[in-house]
Design a binder for this molecule. Sequence first.
Ligand code: NAD
Length: 510
Amino acid sequence: MTAAITPAPIAEETAGPTAYRLLIDGAWTDAASGRTLDRASPGHGVPVSRYALAGAADVEKAIAAARRAFDHGPWPGMKASDRAAVLARTADLMQDRADDLVRLDALESGKPISQAKGEVAGAIDIWRYAASLARTLHGDSYANLGEDMLGLVLREPIGVVSIITPWNFPLLIVSQKLPFALAAGCTTVVKPSEMTSASTLALGELLQQAGLPDGVVNIVVGHGADVGAAMVDHPAVDMVSFTGSTRVGKQAMAAASNTLKKVSMELGGKNAQIVFPDADLEAALDAVVFGAYFNAGECCNAGSRLLVHRSIADDFVAQVVELGLSVTVGDPLDPDTQVGAIITHDHLAKVEAYVDQADQDGATIAAGGKRLEGSAGRYMAPTVVRDVAPGMAIAREEVFGPVLSVLTFEDADEAASLVQATDFGLSAGVWSRDIDTCIGLARAVRTGTVWVNTFMDGYPELPFGGYKQSGLGRELGRNAVEDFTETKTVQIHRGERTNWWVRPRGNQAA
Ligand code: NAD
């Protein structure tokens, strides 16, 4: 049984929460209503941030500022090399401020500080990648349309982009969108999750220092139902780039369809790791525990299902339970912590309810299953649920907590069909030393990413996104800037034109 948690007090925050304002048209402003919103650290129960809370009037101003900055420039018309320089300077400034950014994300989301360090480093790397891509953006030309015609396909920035992000990877996810939108020449309104907005607001400050013109990035902290909904619905917005739950993603897509906006959707997942008996089982074991408990399972890519071959299931699951119990759960600010706090009390109750339901449905709770008591924060014990049937909610729905569901299979076909037995299609992992098994499964499953003998690696060069109800479109990769563009076809005629009303030119006056 994992011990109860007693995080140390967080000395720097006892003076009270840090105040943040909205970034609109280059100015840091209070909300028009004067309202504020406090965020307490999930690991400590202490208020750490106090945001100006945007409402309808603020989001209207932010969208108008982005529209002006797009329509009147200079950002969209600047040389790509100049835009790239701003992105690269931002990356340098993020590096200088890395410790602050790490602390903000750890405090507001409850993630372990060691993990937040990796995420901030990853985010900086993405900004550098976007800076390098900015200068590669180009269109096409067609000189094969006959002597008298030249076809040009121009790549133009799509316009004003609403960027809406969730709470689980605050700086990383905005960095998967914003630098590419900027590289394309777009202007933006950004709404981070109202629970974890601090690192995005800090990024706004760094963008200003890097020389970004006013109005190009506007940041509003607010609730989804009013601020987020307005950013999706507003006719002055050209594209919505959304990361969040499948439920809200569907609502946002429906709302964006009123004005036929382009949408990019990164949504939920119910990802499986498939373990065959011929795998390097020690490596697979480590990856299964990591995949299930990384970010307390609050991760779209969480390996929340273990599909293990029946012949090794008992032994392998016993080892998963043993390793899972040795994971260090606790104070996000402790450098040794591997699993931090759960984002809200309601969410913790939802995670527990999934486990209780599985218990009632006949599954076996092999480890954990309950919150860890005795703490100012909120923590959930790493949990293993076995004897899970494919139809159970815990096998099909996104639990979003440190909960691993175990199912078994007999052969690769059964494994592939279990992978498909959810509405999601974000990612999957395959563990085997047989190349035929690995390639066969990688091709058979309908997921946006397949990891083979590894899990949850990520590179800016590789596209990321989901099949089925895990999303629409891809982020990252070499097309990441193009995603924020429109194409315009220009047809240029030279020489004498053959008129539709065919008459020799000399007779025109007749
Ligand atoms: P959420 O859908 O509740 O909220 C996401 C964002 O949308 C927040 O900023 C929220 O304020 C805003 N929002 C809420 N209602 C809105 C509305 N009607 N219109 C516009 N915006 C609205 O998600 P969450 O709980 O913050 O994040 C967890 C979810 O995000 C999980 O489902 C997870 O799988 C998913 N996620 C997906 C990826 C991916 O890349 N596929 C990455 C991280 C998280």
